[in-house]
Design a protein around this ligand. Structure first.
Ligand SMILES: Cc1cc2nc3c(=O)[nH]c(=O)nc-3n(C[C@H](O)[C@H](O)[C@H](O)COP(=O)(O)O)c2cc1C
Length: 206
């Protein structure tokens, strides 16, 4: 029995491609793995706070430096970290915004990448502490960034997600891409169908 944390980051509702595909995959997964528990964290509609000065004091300040504000700010992060560590698998719905992830997802990442909790600094350098997890990133974008093409270097989304989740130890990652959403109806439809097919296959094999 696994715990699955679904994290959606599009601010859009029914028109969101990443949200619809993420919901579809979660539904397929639930049908095929009824013993699993699925939790939803919708940061697209309910953003988590940005890192603030009290947060930095809460995370790095001495016990004497703590204030009611720093304790409250870091308590939010502690809770998000606990929820994250409690899950076995992650399903992220991620729109591309300005070649990268939406700021809501960046704010979430800033809350859960925590020294001593999700990564450690030891004599041999950094070590990810989030072990034996799997992450699926379902991304959507207006354009397309095929590997090896001149556009590939504009895609900061996938390399960043691989890097930051790898940094905390989540190295078993899978990407399903619904690109070309703004490149005409035919291209969008084809790309979305390909993503749906990939997700259907993945629901049985992931
Ligand atoms: C503010 C904003 C920035 C965007 N930036 C890009 C971009 O840099 N590259 C791209 O291919 N598409 C970009 N898009 C298009 C979205 O990635 C595309 O509409 C995607 O389907 C959004 O995800 P959603 O449908 O889940 O909301 C942008 C859209 C918005 C609203």
């Amino acid at each position: 029995m696994s715990k699955i944390l679904v994290i959606t980051s599009s601010p859009r509702g029914e028109r969101s491609v990443s949200r619809a595909l993420t919901a579809k995959f979660a539904q397929l997964w639930a049908q095929q793995h009824p013993q699993d528990t699925i939790f939803l964290r919708d940061i697209g509609h309910h953003p988590v706070p940005h890192v603030s000065e009290p947060w930095v004091i809460g995370a790095f300040g001495s016990p004497e430096a703590q204030t009611p504000e720093s304790k409250a700010a870091i308590a939010v992060s502690d809770q998000l970290v606990e929820e994250f560590l409690n899950a076995d698998r992650y399903i992220f719905g991620v729109p591309m915004y300005n070649l990268n992830i939406p700021s809501t997802l960046k704010a979430y990442i800033d809350q859960i990448v925590r020294a001593g909790k999700t990564f450690a600094v030891g004599p041999n350098g950094y070590e990810g502490l989030v072990k034996d997890k799997k992450a699926l990133f379902i991304t959507s974008s207006g354009g397309s960034f095929p590997p090896g093409s001149p556009m590939a270097s504009y895609n900061f989304q996938e390399p960043y997600l691989r890097a930051i989740f790898g940094f905390i130890g989540v190295t078993d990652v899978h990407f399903v891409v619904a690109d070309s959403m703004n490149q005409g109806d035919d291209s969008a439809k084809l790309s979305r169908q390909k993503a749906e097919n990939a997700l259907t296959e993945l629901a049985a094999t992931w």
